[in-house]
Design a protein around this ligand. Structure first.
Ligand code: ACO
Length: 321
């Protein structure tokens, strides 16, 4: 039997400052009603001056380690999904290693925008299966408040900041729980639908997020639907077998669309977008952390995770808890 990857630790971090829709409406031509009906978002957490992808990711990691009953000394690899690192290098993952006091193992960042956590989870699973790592910290940490154009009402109202972490742990014991499969996709020909125009390699551009919202919406519904089918078909499972959908939190209408396709009642879909907005690679581990800690996700449950983001990138992960 192939080595299995168990999800053994969960942690999240949200900055203290909460910005409501009404606060945004006080300085932009928008309204609480417009934002809530189009997106499901009521508020978002926004990073303070000392909150960074490193500091937030490290705090989420500490909480995930504590949940798992492990210490930083037990970790072999740190993989961080982020589009908003503090520096071009060292990688956020390596800075987090230092924050945790880790001298062993290795760390690197992975850029897959809002799909970053699914891509990082899949990569960690591959390291565990190949025997290169036993315990892996998989983190999503984002400060989109520093890349949105705060004068563009079409994008800035959608995003928030935060970090989430999961500890993935390899076992050779027989059993059915753990990550069952992951499926990853990207299509660069759709890269101009959602992108950041600039980075340290192109300082001549503004470095702001740009999006064709309607096109992204259309791709999200179609690609996430096929991703969900792909994940279940690969494991010989059906919609009715899914206990919980833990989707990337971009827009309640996209989330409800996928939930309906699975025929899942709304109570079986984990939703944080109302309070967190879109925290990109952090959104799924933040949602997992919430639903595991409040007892919604129970041992034996089949959990389906899916995401789509800039690239376009998209994918899914299916896990038995
Ligand atoms: N407040 C008030 N009016 C607004 C706002 C706002 N914040 N933003 C846009 N509008 C206006 C537009 O200017 C436009 O006005 P016009 O008709 O006078 O030109 C009108 O509202 C309609 O704009 P659309 O962009 O067509 O609105 P739409 O119904 O498509 O909703 C939205 C926009 C919410 C962005 C939607 O397209 C969407 O959710 N797309 C998915 C994108 C997404 O979630 N991206 C996140 C990253 S990708 C991911 O994580 C999946």
């Amino acid at each position: 039997m192939a080595r299995r990857s168990l999800l053994v630790g969960f942690g999240g971090f949200l900055p203290d400052r909460v910005v409501t829709n009404d606060e945004l409406a006080a300085r932009l031509e928008t309204s609480d009603e417009w934002i809530r009906t189009r997106t499901g978002i009521s508020q978002r957490h926004i990073a303070g001056p000392n909150d960074t992808a490193t500091s937030m990711g490290a705090e989420a990691a500490r909480r995930a380690l504590e949940y798992a009953g492990l210490t930083a000394d037990d970790i072999d690899a740190v993989i961080v999904g982020t589009s908003t690192p503090d520096q071009a290098f060292p990688a956020t993952a390596v800075r987090i290693q230092a924050e945790l006091g880790m001298k062993q193992g290795f760390g690197f960042d992975l850029a897959a925008a809002c799909s970053g956590f699914i891509f990082a989870l899949s990569t960690a699973h591959a390291f565990i299966r190949s025997g290169q790592a036993r315990n892996v910290l998989v983190i999503g940490s984002e400060v989109y408040s520093r890349i949105v154009d705060w004068s563009d009402r079409g994008t800035c109202v959608l995003f928030g900041d935060g970090a989430g972490a999961v500890v993935l742990s390899g076992t050779d014991e027989p059993g059915t729980e753990g990550l069952l499969s992951t499926h990853l996709h990207s299509d660069g020909s759709a890269g101009d639908l959602l992108y950041v125009d600039g980075a340290v390699g192109r300082r001549d551009m503004s470095g702001h997020l740009k999006m064709s919202g309607r096109d992204v919406f259309r791709h999200a519904v179609a690609k996430l639907s096929s991703s969900v089918d792909e994940a279940l078909q690969a494991e010989g499972l059906e919609y009715k077998d899914v206990s919980w959908l833990v989707p990337h939190q971009a827009n309640i209408r996209i989330i409800e669309g996928v939930g309906k396709k699975l025929n899942l009642p709304a109570e079986r879909v984990v939703v944080t977008v109302d309070r967190h907005a879109n925290t990109s690679a952090a959104s799924i581990p933040l949602a997992l952390d919430e639903a595991v800690r409040d007892g919604r996700i129970q041992k034996g449950d089949l959990v389906l995770m899916e995401a789509l983001g800039g690239g376009l990138t998209w994918g899914s992960a299916l896990a038995r808890f």
